[in-house]
Design a binder for this molecule. Sequence first.
Ligand SMILES: C[S@@+](CC[C@H](N)C(=O)[O-])C[C@H]1O[C@@H](n2cnc3c(N)ncnc32)[C@H](O)[C@@H]1O
Length: 552
Amino acid sequence: MDNSKSSGRRHEEWSPTPLSDKKRMEVSVKHRKVKQALATFRNLVDKLNHQYKASQPVNLMAKTKAMMEAAMMMRQKHQWENDKKHVGHVVGIEVGDIFQSRVELNVIGLHRQFWNGIDYMGTGKNSLATSIVVTNRYDNARKSNGTLVYSGHGGNPNVKSNVSIQDQKLQGGNLALKNSMDTKSPVRVILKFCKKFEVGSNFDYLYVYDGLYLVDKMTEERGKLGKLVFKFTLNRISEQPQSCVALKDDVMGNDDSSRQLASSRPRNRHKSRGSVVQKDVVRVNDLSKGKEKFPIRVVTLTNCVHIPKSFYYIVKSIYSDKFNQATIPCGCDCKDGCVNCDKCVCIIKNGGIMAYDCKKRLASPMGSLLIYECGPSCKCSSSCINRVSQHGIQFQLEIFMTELKGWGVRTRSFIPSGSFVCEYIGEVRDSRQSGLSIDVDDDYLFHTGVGKGFIDATKCGNIGRFINHSCSPNLHVKDVMYDHDDKNLPHKMLFAAKDIPAGRELSFDYNSKGKFINDRSNSCYCGSQECNGQIYIKVKQNDRLTEEFGSF
Ligand SMILES: C[S@@+](CC[C@H](N)C(=O)[O-])C[C@H]1O[C@@H](n2cnc3c(N)ncnc32)[C@H](O)[C@@H]1O
């Protein structure tokens, strides 16, 4: 039953291939639908949970009941995504995407079983496993090199005691996993991990999609309770993005099991199965030299890489004289922390909507609107609810050397969706003053999106200047005003567009909400399914400056 000898070869079959424009569109639409389905589900759960709690304040199952009911309501309305089971990745879901419950996996079609760890399609000899959820329930073990030993289901309830213990049978999911091994069919793997290690998460456990694996071996062993248990050895297919949930090389199922999936050490230290594990070398302990709340480490895999070329780390943008003349906005008179939307003039400028929730995350109704935070001329304190992005970075971030894109930024801790991450900081200039020329090193020029201003982080900047572009980004840019009134020069603030696991590279779309300006290196290596191949929207060379900045 050991298939491992023939297994070294097949991984190219799932190597990423560039998608046609049509396919890319489809992926993009699906992506949005999945996001929408999750948002609908989460809103419904919140609503139902609230109702249950109001009627039965000590109902510990309220949340589970709310999730099941929400899922069923959506199913009835045909709001589940990806209804047809299939083998392989699910369109619209990327490796590394995080989910807040098992029920969400059903709603978006990643794993269509509420309780069973193995999901499969077809019957008997013709069945194939589609996905497995790896929990600490059985003696599952996962190694940091991408090898996973997964116990079959049934017969051997390791945890529950009132079920009769018996040998596992080669049927259902177990048979499907064996068939997947025989036919070299890939299986989606979802890892459950403990929230304790993901500061800011609301949930006891989270689930991360770790990508496709192949079943390479099946054995039958005596389990702890003396009965036969199937053990499946799966290996992660290489050439997939890292999900960045790191593991220790020990066995799941002990007291520490859930922690293994939550170490903040990124897994892309491990190139691929069989390769030598390389450790990150910390090259600079704090690039900001104490200017940021958290030290900004620079790490590389070897000592040979040059550290980022010299620039001056700043935490506030430097405005040219022209922009300094912009007027300071009049402030609010609030003394109650700006909780009254009808009274706070800054919130009134936001259409009377709170831009942030009580956890300081972006409130969804803000959409694409310009956000006005309270500022220097307001009477409220610096801890008012309407001051978030002006306080600087809140999460530990580090700069690392990517394979193809030069330096990049990744997070060292979990970042919940909607959280402020960092500002794009640099020298704020006007194109007419700067004598901007296409020959300059323009890797760090960020057009402010309106008017003729741009932020140049070439010589002075912060961690924002190291964030790369992605066609399927995990950050989005929001325009924020608080310390001046010039709408042509909003602060460019980056917020998490989704839950981001520790170790994940941060990225935003250079072509939305203000553009980067660059004609030279245009090939995009973001690796996303939606990649359109280019980082920058092409503008004809001669027309470029006029199109970007208007005529001079
Ligand atoms: C603002 S800088 C980002 C940090 C940069 N990687 C560095 O090493 O300093 C923008 C430049 O990074 C590179 N870059 C960013 N995103 C990329 C992508 N998706 N694919 C290829 N190169 C990328 C390009 O050279 C781009 O002009």
